[in-house]
Design a protein around this ligand. Structure first.
Ligand code: ZN
Length: 209
C-alpha cells in the first residue's frame, strides 16, 4: 500500500484481512505495523495461489486481487474452467468497498446520469465482503456479449465439477444473476455482513481450504 488510505478504507481492508485470518488485532481503521504485516502476508498468499492455479488477463487479475484469499482461489479455478471450456470470459468485478457500492447505487438516481445498475447500497451486496465475482463474456474478436443464454451456458461449464466451494447466481430463484459467482458459505447477506463488520470471523470462510 503506497497511496494514503482513508480510515474507512483501512477499516474495510482490515476486515478483509481478518476474514482471511491474517489480521487478528483491533479493527480500528489505523494502519499500524500489524496491518502492514497482514497486508504483506496477504500479498504473498495471493501470489502463491496464482502460482498454484493460473494467471489471466490484467483486468481479471486486478479484480481477483480484490477478493478474499479463498475467493481468489475459487475465482481462478472458475475462470480456468470457463476458458478451458472455450468461453472467452473475464472477471469484470470483484470486491467493492461500501463507498464504491454507494457510488454505484447513486448512478441513475438523484439526478446522476447513467442507467441504474444496482439495488444495493454499501453493505447490501455480496460484493462488499470479498466473496463474490462477476464474469463478462467476450467474442473471439473482443466484443462484449450480453446475451443471457451465453451466461447460462457458461454457468453450466463453470459449475461442472464444483458443487462444494462455489455458488452461482444462475441457481438463485429470487434474483437470478447469471454473471455472478461467489463462495458457497451458507450465510445470508445479513449474517455475512455482521460477521464481516464485527470481526467475529466468517467461520465457514476460514474453514475453507
Ligand atoms: Zn455479482
Amino acid at each position: 500500500m503506497s497511496a494514503p488510505m482513508l480510515t474507512k478504507d483501512i477499516l474495510f481492508f482490515q476486515r478483509l484481512l481478518h476474514a482471511d485470518g491474517l489480521y487478528l488485532d483491533d479493527l480500528d481503521g489505523q494502519w499500524g505495523p500489524k496491518t502492514e504485516k497482514a497486508s504483506l502476508a496477504f500479498d504473498q498468499r495471493a501470489e502463491q495461489i496464482r502460482a498454484e492455479t493460473r494467471s489471466f488477463d490484467i483486468r481479471s487479475e486486478n479484480n481477483i486481487l480484490t477478493l478474499s484469499l479463498k475467493a481468489q482461489r475459487q475465482a481462478r479455478l472458475c475462470l480456468g474452467r470457463l476458458i478451458d471450456g472455450g468461453v472467452h470470459a473475464r472477471i469484470l468485478s470483484g470486491t467493492r468497498t461500501y463507498e464504491e457500492q454507494n457510488a454505484l447505487f447513486r448512478q441513475g438516481r438523484f439526478g446522476n446520469p447513467g442507467p441504474r445498475v444496482t439495488e444495493a447500497r454499501g453493505g447490501q451486496s455480496n460484493h462488499n465482503f470479498g466473496v463474490a465475482w462477476d464474469i463478462g463474456i467476450f467474442t473471439a474478436a473482443g466484443g462484449y456479449v450480453t446475451d443471457e443464454a451465453a451466461y447460462r451456458a457458461a454457468g453450466a461449464i463453470a459449475m461442472a465439477g464444483d458443487s462444494s466451494a462455489t455458488e452461482w447466481g444462475g441457481h438463485w430463484t429470487k434474483f437470478v444473476d447469471y454473471p455472478h459467482y461467489q463462495l458457497k458459505l451458507g450465510l445470508g447477506l445479513s449474517d455475512l455482513r455482521t460477521a464481516f463488520e464485527t470481526g467475529a470471523g466468517i467461520a465457514p470462510l476460514t474453514a475453507l481450504a
